[in-house]
Design a protein around this ligand. Structure first.
Ligand code: PGA
Length: 253
């Protein structure tokens, strides 16, 4: 039985004070919610304050990215060790916006995932096809290539700290969500590939989140699908009430 994992990806939103206000609200409303794991990913600069505020709660502070080197002359980058030191316990890697605007390749995403795990963090590896790729019938091919790159450095011994987020690019921030059946089809394919790489039983324990315009109104139907184990939520994670409703909809059991 996989515990659903719901993570709010705040992207380029929220000052430190705004982040603290939101996380305090979440903490108060989600303290007694069972059967679901929760995380929030503020900007790097808000991680220390958010992690401190979350110290006595089960909500995880997550990072939106993680560079692959430990230290050195890499202006502007943040390492896994620095993220762990700041209080993060998970890092999102390979988000489609990083791939689109900041040049992340399948190979780089693999290096980032490996580095996050080496630093003791969990890695949320994002994959997903564009609209042109879907329309061209290339969805599974793209997902396979992104998965192969993203998992290149992750051994079977670390898969308890591996989460995959399937986020079709055409559904991110567009208000257009994959139907539960469309998402489930790709999730089942991803799990099959995970089984080929790590063995069927271990692959059965890996959470696969869905992301792309997840809202209170569609979360329950998506997460009810057999291979959908939670959500990576952008826009709807910026308002406490919406995010809380999504977390509650994701509870198992
Ligand atoms: P969205 O973003 O929920 O605003 O579509 C999801 C994501 O980018 O992780």
């Amino acid at each position: 039985m996989r515990t659903p994992f719901v993570v709010g990806n705040w992207k380029l939103h929220k000052t430190i004070n705004e982040a603290l206000a939101l996380v305090t609200d979440l903490k108060n409303h989600l303290a007694s919610v069972k059967g679901v794991q929760v995380g929030v990913a503020p900007s790097f600069v808000a991680i220390p304050a958010v992690a401190k505020r979350l110290e006595d709660s089960a909500i995880a502070a997550c990072a939106q990215d993680c560079f692959w080197e430990i230290s050195g002359a890499f202006t502007g980058e943040v390492s896994g060790a620095m993220l762990a030191d700041a209080g993060a316990t998970w890092a999102i890697v390979g988000h489609s916006e990083r791939r689109q605007f900041f040049g992340d390749t399948n190979e780089n995403v693999g290096k980032k995932a490996k580095a996050a795990i080496a630093a003791g963090l969990g890695a949320i590896v994002c994959i997903g096809e564009s609209l042109a790729e879907r329309d061209g019938g290339k969805t599974l091919e793209i997902v396979d290539a992104q998965l192969a790159g993203g998992l290149a450095g992750i051994e079977r011994a670390s898969i308890d700290r591996l989460v995959i987020a399937y986020e079709p690019v055409w559904a991110i921030g567009t208000g257009r969500t994959a139907t539960p059946a469309q998402a489930q089809e790709v999730h089942a394919h991803i799990r099959k590939r995970l089984g080929e790489r790590y063995g069927a039983d271990p692959a059965d324990t890996i959470r696969i989140q869905y992301g792309g315009s997840v809202k209170p109104s569609n979360a329950e139907a998506l997460i009810a699908e057999r291979d959908i184990d939670g959500a990576l939520v952008g826009g709807a994670s910026l308002e406490a009430a919406d995010f809380i409703a999504i977390v509650k909809a994701a509870r198992s059991g």
